[in-house]
Write a protein that binds this ligand. Structure first.
Ligand SMILES: [Fe+2]
Length: 349
């Protein structure tokens, strides 16, 4: 239901207590959901993805050097990085790299997102370029969720919030378009459109200027191992400081603390990930924009604490659940991904 306002329950003295306020906020969020808890959006194919693929690849190369995705997202450095590079052409609804405008506002992506999500209002939010050189595969995961009021939360917290399944009432529907430029070995995109208990599907190279719109915050998916088996880097063979440069011969060069390693173009798997808010209608968009239903760190901590209490797990007291190390350790330990591959070693997401 839309247009509802939170009704705060009165405490004994006529003022709502903190606990009552948070109960009312949870109830309101449940009532004003912008999307269902289970995946509803259907994958939609895009072939071709871009009108001028050569121009896209030119801009991908012109955007080098690329830092590691782990560095961009300030992930904890546990010495287990793999060569998965990323830069943003656009984020927080703004183009950051000149020349990326036609790709950010790609009509094909917008139309496919409408079809996939049954949406009428599509607002592009980000576009990022991912490049992998040969490496072991990644784990099944769902992308970092978008929650109302949580845009500035750190990576670890958003990841645990997603894993917990406790925050669906605040989830914002996001259409993801993945498109690929890769003619090398392996580098499959594997996804589970019917959930992790049903068989997965594979998108396999060669992949050039094709894509898929999907519900990556809710649909489990992963990137398989990239490149020839003997050449795949294991976690920890590179440092957090590594950069991927475009070389003059059309290939790529990995620069890591003075060491340079060369890769021909077909050893670098390029994927372009576009994200957009996908609202059913203008009323849903307005509801998102009015911020009445936002999360805040205190409410997030209360929801986690209640869930931990239910499981008989003691959570440490915390004044700041975003930065408190003891709180972070407890949450990370108890909210691991619920789906993991049993038959293949992968790097950690
Ligand atoms: Fe992903």
């Amino acid at each position: 239901m839309r247009g509802v306002t939170p009704r705060l329950m009165a405490g004994a003295c006529g003022m709502a207590t903190t606990k009552e306020k948070s109960m009312a906020q949870v109830a309101f969020a449940e009532e004003a959901k912008l999307r269902p808890d289970v995946m509803l959006a259907k994958p939609v194919w895009l072939d071709p993805a871009f009108e001028d693929p050569d121009a896209v690849v030119d801009l991908v190369r012109a955007s080098a050097p690329y830092p590691l995705s782990a560095r961009v997202h300030k992930r904890d450095d546990n010495g287990q990085d793999v060569p998965f590079f990323r830069i943003f052409w656009a984020h927080t609804r703004q183009v950051r790299v000149p020349g990326a405008e036609p790709y950010f506002y790609n009509e094909r992506f917008m139309e496919a997102a409408k079809e996939s999500f049954g949406a009428t209002v599509i607002i592009p939010s980000a576009i990022m370029i991912n490049i992998s050189t040969p490496t072991i595969g990644g784990p099944p995961h769902r992308d970092l969720p978008y929650f109302r009021g949580a845009e500035k939360f750190p990576f670890w917290l958003l990841k645990c919030m997603g894993n917990s399944d406790l925050f669906h009432p605040w989830a914002v529907p996001i259409a993801s378009t993945l498109s690929w430029f890769y003619r090398g070995e392996a580098g499959d995109f594997e996804y589970w459109p019917e959930g992790p208990d049903a068989p997965s599907k594979l998108v396999q190279a060669p992949l050039w200027n094709v894509g898929i719109v999907s519900d990556n915050e809710y649909m489990w998916h992963r990137v398989g191992a990239v490149g020839p088996e003997a050449e795949r880097k294991q976690p920890g063979e590179i440092t957090r400081e590594v950069r991927l440069h475009a070389s003059d011969d059309g290939g790529w060069e990995m620069h890591d603390q003075g060491k340079v390693e060369k890769f021909p173009a077909d050893k670098a798997r390029i994927s372009i990930l576009w994200k957009a808010y996908a609202f059913a209608d203008e009323a849903a968009e307005a509801e998102y924009r009015n911020h009445e239903n936002d999360l805040n760190p205190r409410l997030v901590a209360e929801i986690f604490r209640k869930d931990l209490d239910r499981q008989g797990i003691a959570a440490p007291a915390s004044d700041d659940p975003v930065t408190d190390p003891a709180w972070k350790t407890t949450i990370q330990k108890n909210y691991e991904p619920k789906f993991q591959l049993q038959n293949e070693a992968t790097y950690k997401y």
